[in-house]
Ligand binder design. Structure first.
Ligand code: C5P
Length: 210
């Protein structure tokens, strides 16, 4: 059983996917982390995330421990991630890993929850349950701003908003696997819903589909 959760940056899909995976006792894969770790590797080498050869090499050399770095959450890394994510060869390298994990969840679990941008459309088009989360850019920037502010009181709201808008535009406009709702996905607009309400709605859908 595979549950696909897609949506733009800061739409709440990570929090939701983690909770759903725990409730179902499924494995959880945050696929954005793969692109973030690839982007972070290029930055650490002093490279340019638009440099195809370097980005592909970084993706090919990814190790599981690269996904555990706290710095991956930084907006600068999110930006580099969305640049490497527009390179078809980078996506091809990371695709196999995602599909393998979806079909062979670790720990003997019976299913997996994957979140990202193209899970329902490209990575797991046959997933029986797909969700597409959205929220207005102002609401998403607000949520991300509050999260970042806990760690860094000097964070500037306008910068967070601009970076989200830039990333959304790049993720939606790219030629390969753009952010797009899959046919038959369940669309949830989270603007006026808190995390508990979204979780309860999603679990109700899952139960009716099992
Ligand atoms: O979800 P998150 O914000 O961590 O993703 C970081 C970046 O990785 C996104 O902006 C997007 O460009 C890329 N990504 C992707 N496909 C996925 C997951 C993430 O292109 N399945």
């Amino acid at each position: 059983m595979i549950i696909a959760i897609d949506g733009p940056a800061a739409s709440g899909k990570g929090t939701l996917a983690r909770r759903v995976a725990a409730a179902m006792n499924y494995a959880y894969l945050d696929t954005g982390l793969l692109y973030r770790a690839t982007g972070a590797k290029v930055l650490a080498l002093g490279g340019d995330p638009d440099d195809v050869d370097m980005a592909v090499m970084a993706a090919e050399k990814l190790q599981p421990e690269d996904l555990e770095n706290e710095d991956l959450r930084r907006e600068e890394v999110g930006n580099a991630a969305s640049r490497v994510a527009a390179i078809p060869k980078v996506r091809a390298v990371l695709l196999d890993f995602q599909r393998h994990l979806a079909k062979n969840p670790p720990g003997g679990k019976h299913g997996a929850v994957l979140d990202g941008r193209d899970i329902g459309t490209v990575v797991c088009p046959d997933a029986p349950i797909k969700f597409f989360l959205t929220a207005s850019v102002a609401e998403r920037a607000n949520r991300r701003f509050k999260q970042l502010q806990e760690k860094n009181p000097a964070v500037i709201y306008e910068r967070v908003l601009n970076e989200l808008e830039e990333r959304d535009a790049r993720d939606s406009a790219r030629d390969i696997a753009p952010l797009k709702m899959a046919d038959h996905a369940i669309h949830i607009d989270t603007d006026r819903l808190n995390a508990d309400a979204v979780f309860n709605a999603v679990m109700a859908h899952i139960r009716t589909h099992m």
